[in-house]
Write a protein that binds this ligand. Sequence first.
Ligand SMILES: Cc1cc2nc3c(=O)[nH]c(=O)nc-3n(C[C@H](O)[C@H](O)[C@H](O)COP(=O)(O)OP(=O)(O)OC[C@H]3O[C@@H](n4cnc5c(N)ncnc54)[C@H](O)[C@@H]3O)c2cc1C
Length: 294
Amino acid sequence: MQILEKLKQITDEKNIFVDELMSKHTSFKTGGKAEYFVTPESKEELIEILKIDSPITIIGNGSNLLVKDNGIKGIVVSTIKLRNYKIDGDTIEADAGMPLIMLSKIAAENGLTGLEFACGIPGTLGGAIFMNAGAYGGEMNDIVVSSEYIDKELNIREITEHKFEYRRSIYSKEIDGIILSAKLKLQQGDIDQIKEKMNQNIESRNSKQPINMPSAGSTFKRKDGVIVSKLIDEAGLKGYTIGGAQVSTLHAGFIVNKGDATSQDIIDLIQYVQQVIKDKYEIDIETEIKIIGE
Ligand SMILES: Cc1cc2nc3c(=O)[nH]c(=O)nc-3n(C[C@H](O)[C@H](O)[C@H](O)COP(=O)(O)OP(=O)(O)OC[C@H]3O[C@@H](n4cnc5c(N)ncnc54)[C@H](O)[C@@H]3O)c2cc1C
């Protein structure tokens, strides 16, 4: 049976897209076509999709991804519709597709503190665990108690040890698994204070980051504690442009899409910045964003 027919047996047609431009599903707003793009509505549907004999790429909200211009072969599965959650005391258990921004609001409304750092990070819970996302002194490492994932043999497993490091986790290092859900341990707090902290974080982001231009957040990782954006700024690269890709004039750590960038423009600019920093400071800087596709 054709892949499309199999997908139609598993999930509603509204969740299936053929030759779907990934530029519609990445915060950079670039990237070629996925042969099939699917948004399962339940974990059961997700597991059935994984049984299809095809290359499968898992994404969350595409906010840390650069998809190359020739697209992605096989099936791209986004977890974005897996959003169930439950609160038990100071613990929240949520599905991998739950947006972090929504989760931090839910925590705040319930007087739970610990997720304020995440209120402006536009990823899903699964993507945030994979990346050990963090900001403003907090990171997923501080709050994740356990997570459930599907392994290569399609067994569902639970782990409590995530080997979190700066922007890395056991999922990016060792386990080739798909995160299904996670339990987060928060603390009881004062709703007004939590909301105040969130507002401060958002205000700080709005003033310092190019949030109105497509990007994938910080392009590069910190290097041995050195804030790479400072080096890029000192090297005079703010505003440097290749095609439609630009080193943000507001924050040198962000590469932005001025509107008509291709993924190749962004890749060329990344490589140019890496070369300048290497020549000037003898430092090899690595991307925080994940580059995938053909
Ligand atoms: C404006 C802006 C601001 C940002 N600010 C921050 C910030 O302050 N701090 C920060 O850390 N990041 C930041 N980011 C980057 C990004 O939002 C985070 O890395 C986020 O955690 C990525 O989540 P996602 O769901 O979008 O993942 P994607 O981009 O969809 O995927 C990222 C990686 O995670 C993997 N993945 C996703 N879901 C799963 C799953 N369920 N199971 C297994 N693997 C999975 C993917 O395969 C991929 O390798 C920012 C991005 C933007 C655009």
